[in-house]
Design a binder for this molecule. Structure first.
Ligand SMILES: Nc1nc2c(c(=O)[nH]1)N[C@H]1C(S)=C(S)[C@@H](COP(=O)(O)OP(=O)(O)OC[C@H]3O[C@@H](n4cnc5c(=O)[nH]c(N)nc54)[C@H](O)[C@@H]3O)O[C@H]1N2
Ligand SMILES: Nc1nc2c(c(=O)[nH]1)N[C@H]1C(S)=C(S)[C@@H](COP(=O)(O)OP(=O)(O)OC[C@H]3O[C@@H](n4cnc5c(=O)[nH]c(N)nc54)[C@H](O)[C@@H]3O)O[C@H]1N2
Ligand code: SF4
Ligand SMILES: [Mo]
Length: 789
């Protein structure tokens, strides 16, 4: 596929971009019912040792997540205050290995491989080429990148941005590995340049969480701290696969379990980590059967959570009717909330038959879950993508809040709403202002601090950016990390959009798909990773990050940079800002607000950035002092700390949400897209998914054995997966193998990012605009095998 051949919606028969390597060696075995244990740690160390020198490995892994070390760059799970010698998991080790490899892309590489040729390579292959160490540029008339000086690279970018008719013709994407310092500088640059076009990976991730929590409790973040987990007596894990995506959460769950908590998993898939955990750091985990985690497994149908939550809340209200005054937390509800009567009236009419159809579970199972909720004094509900990437995601999450509020499970120890974030600093990036819709109070603070006046009109999010690119309204695209082309829905549309840009710019550590699908001109700007020592004029620098429970701490690189020509993200952002100001001046224009910021000082000493953060970002006062405390600090959170709800009326809102679920026509399935155990989003570490019994391949679709039979298919059969939307376009994930798997009836699963071709750009969650990646109506069609001649 050539770089400028975008294809809206990949019609049937289009050759697919193979994300991994060949599937020739695909082996399917039985799924595992437990996670981690000795194989986990062995898997963790083995590839690290192979990929990096043993000294580099040992040095890094022992500093990972330690108080004077660096923060794991994989997921946003928090660190306990009492650290063990090895505070990492298998997937954290893989992430370190992937970043800290001594392999580099040498200058000759770019002459050997054209962009067209690179576009044919898999994500796996691209990632295996090693670290990017030189800035490279692809000219409009060339099909090759070629090394350029940093100065030249910044001049090209500065010139493009200065030549736009409006700053809104640029869009500045961020992925969630970026540090607080780089994120603050980046949003300040975009806004002093003149736009709020600041899409980020959160738009595709926990945006629905922010929308639901913001509206109901006034703060879009978790209302729990790390120490709440061992104090809970019920933890409900909904739409999340912690064994793969937040592995050390299993340790916290094990601790909670030993302290007497019960655990309920709500998931269409019986994920290994939810069922049983063998903690590799305890003798029990090494030699024994480990700890059984889930006391109840509610195998909900995809998208059935809204109905399930309403049905549980209804049972809570029914119990209150039977025992007036004894069930609900009336003191809490009276003092802190609104909307109880409306909720009760609406749930009184809830149709149990509809609930059973939507959830696919029995009334007895819902009764059991309700009983558990009613007997627990302290309840935490956690969730991730299984709840956020649905059409009704925001409404579903408001139902999570309803259920918690009924018994006062917000704002007290051992209880709360706990979205588990994805990228290690995705939450911090938002706190620092990476959002196309930052509230005016934040923008006012920026204006006040720098004496500027930044735009107020909301900018474009991820889906909006792709859409605007396709219409020719975005001409320069800059990406601080990430791989938007591969990560966003509707791969064909995304490729078409990028190809229409004049210039695409990626600030990256490693090659990925977004470097091979480019604007007419393209730049790759290589940056330091989090593992590497960052030296600036004023000396060694550290950065800071925020985890999923709002704890902020420092992260210091521990090994020498892999190349001498790398810049830090902060330096790159500061130099882009200066280059645009220079270019504007050269063109006889005013640099405007860009000149109000001392960008050189930002690069020289990150304390300067942090002083501005302290002045602008709520809760960050005295940032430079607090971040130097041994364990960092926790950002304030009204609902969590004092049951102060910063909503329009100062109350938490119980809400009424009309029940809806995705109807699945006969002969069709609902398909979700999931991560394999050996990938980080679009980064593919290997072709294995150990816990699900998959080895050496990713081209699979998991289907319940009864559905396999009912559809007239058989286990192991090759099929094309077609999605069905009203626009009638035939979108297809071609030639995947059916794997009979114990998922919920009527449901299926395939791997992200390959399956993104199935979801049109317009298929988004209400209110949050997040692509709907978890309940896609599909039909499976057997691949015609040519008859032997
Ligand atoms: N190793 C590793 N770690 C990661 C990542 C990675 O790719 N690899 N990605 C990071 C990022 S950015 C994120 S956002 C997180 C993602 O973490 P997860 O949300 O755990 O990731 P997914 O693989 O999308 O898994 C979704 C889970 O929800 C379930 N699910 C799907 N639909 C429904 C539904 O309708 N209802 C219910 N109840 N369950 C449902 C699925 O069966 C699956 O268990 O992980 C982060 N950590
Ligand atoms: N179908 C489907 N689509 C999805 C999802 C899904 O569940 N299903 N999940 C969505 C979610 S939750 C998310 S968060 C998005 C992820 O979207 P993105 O965040 O855009 O994608 P990643 O794959 O995490 O980005 C990986 C790239 O980041 C770069 N990188 C790594 N480390 C660094 C660093 O330290 N600095 C810099 N500058 N670059 C670095 C590398 O070049 C690497 O190739 O995908 C979304 N898309
Ligand atoms: S749980 Fe997440 S943050 Fe912690 S070590 Fe594992 S991958 Fe890294
Ligand atoms: Mo995410």
């Amino acid at each position: 596929m050539s770089v400028d051949q975008g294809q809206g919606g990949l019609p049937a028969g289009t050759p697919k971009h193979d994300v991994g390597a060949d599937d020739d060696g695909l082996e399917v075995g039985p799924p595992k019912t437990w996670a981690a244990g000795v194989p986990g740690i062995l898997h963790a160390l083995d590839p690290s040792l192979k990929g990096m020198g043993p000294t580099r490995t040992a040095k890094l892994l022992l500093r990972m997540n330690h108080k004077h070390g660096f923060d794991c760059m994989s997921c946003a799970w928090p660190d306990p205050d009492r650290r063990k010698p090895a505070e990492f998991c298998e997937n954290g080790a893989k992430a370190v290995n992937w970043e800290a490899t001594p392999l580099t892309v040498d200058p000759g590489f770019w002459g050997q491989h054209s962009v067209t040729e690179l576009a044919r390579q898999s994500e796996y292959w691209l990632g295996q080429q090693g670290r990017l160490v030189d800035p490279v540029y692809k000219a409009a008339d060339s099909d090759h990148y070629a090394p350029v000086s940093w100065e030249h690279a910044f001049r090209i970018l500065g010139g493009h941005l200065a030549d736009l008719d409006s700053p809104d013709e640029a869009s500045f994407y961020t992925s969630g590995r970026t540090s607080n310092e780089a994120a603050f500088a980046y949003q300040l640059f975009a806004r002093t340049f003149g736009t709020n076009n600041l899409p980020d990976c959160s738009n595709m991730c926990h945006e629905s969480t922010g929308a639901a929590l913001g509206e109901t409790i006034g703060v879009g973040k978790a209302t729990v701290l790390y120490d709440d987990f061992p104090q809970a007596d019920l933890i409900i894990i909904m739409g999340q696969n912690p064994g793969t995506n937040h592995p050390r959460m299993l340790t916290a769950l094990e601790e909670a379990k030993r302290a007497g908590a019960s655990i309920v998993a709500v998931n269409p898939l019986p994920e290994a980590g939810l069922l049983r955990y063998k903690n590799p750091q305890t003798p029990r985990g090494i030699v024994g059967r480990g700890t059984a985690l889930a006391d109840q497994f509610v195998q909900v149908r995809l998208g059935g959570d809204m109905a399930l939550l309403q049905a549980v809340s209804k049972r809570v209200l029914d119990a209150e009717a039977r025992h007036p005054g004894d069930v609900l937390d009336h003191d809490f509800l009276d003092r802190y909330t609104t909307g109880l009567d409306e909720l009760a009236a609406s749930l009184a009419d809830l149709d149990e038959a509809e609930v059973l159809a939507a959830t696919g579970v029995t009334s007895a199972e819902i009764d059991e879950l309700a009983d558990r909720y009613l007997t627990a004094q302290r309840v935490i509900i956690t969730w991730a993508m299984g709840l956020t990437q649905h059409k009704k995601a925001v409404a579903t999450l408001k139902e999570v809040v309803n259920l918690l509020l009924l018994r006062g499970n917000i704002g007290r120890p051992g209880a709360g709403a706990s979205p588990i974030r994805g990228h290690s600093n995705v939450q911090g990036d938002r706190t620092m202002g990476i959002w196309e819709q930052m509230p005016d109070a934040f923008l006012d603070a920026l204006d006040g601090e720098f004496g500027i006046s930044v735009p107020r009109a909301h900018g474009l999010d991820a889906v909006g950016t792709i859409d605007a690119m396709r219409q020719g309204r975005i001409r320069t695209f800059v990406s601080l990390g990430g791989n938007l082309v591969a990560a966003v829905s509707d791969t064909g549309a995304a490729e078409e959009g990028i190809a229409r840009c004049d210039l695409s710019v990626q600030v990256s550590t490693k090659l990925n798909r977004s470097h091979t699908v480019t604007g007419r001109e393209a730049l790759i700007l290589p940056c330091l990773g989090r593992t590497e020592i960052d030296r600036q004029v004023s000396g060694e620098q550290f950065v800071s990050v925020e985890d999923t429970v709002s704890a902020v701490h420092a992260s210091r690189g521990a090994v020498e940079p892999v190349g001498t020509n790398l810049l830090s993200e902060v330096a790159i952002v500061a130099r882009i800002a200066r280059a645009v100001a220079d270019a504007r001046r050269e063109r006889g224009a005013d640099a405007h607000d860009l000149d109000a910021v001392d960008w050189a000082a930002f690069e020289r000493d990150y304390d300067v950035v942090r002083d501005h953060i302290a002045a602008v970002v709520p809760g960050c006062d005295d940032y430079n002092a607090k971040i130097r405390q041994e364990s960092g600090f926790v950002l304030p959170h009204g609902p969590r700390d004092s049951r102060t709800f910063p909503t329009s009326d100062g109350k938490a809102h119980l809400t009424v949400n009309a029940l809806e679920h995705v109807a699945c026509p006969p002969g069709r399935l609902l398909l979700q897209t999931v991560r394999a155990h050996d990938q980080f989003n679009t980064t593919i570490y290997s072709r294995n998914d150990r816990y699900r019994g998959i080895k050496g391949g990713r081209d699979v679709v998991f289907v319940n054995p009864d559905d396999v039979a009912e559809l007239g298919l058989h286990d192991g059969q090759q099929v094309d997966v077609h999605s069905e939307y009203e626009d009638g376009v035939d979108r297809v994930l071609p030639d995947v193998r059916v794997v009979a798997y114990p998922t919920a009836r009527g449901c299926a699963a395939a791997y992200f990012p390959e399956a993104n071709v199935l979801v049109p750009l317009g298929a988004v969650a209400e209110k949050s605009n997040t692509p709907i990646s978890k309940a896609v109506v599909v039909r499976l069609e057997p691949v015609e095998v040519p008859a032997p001649i």
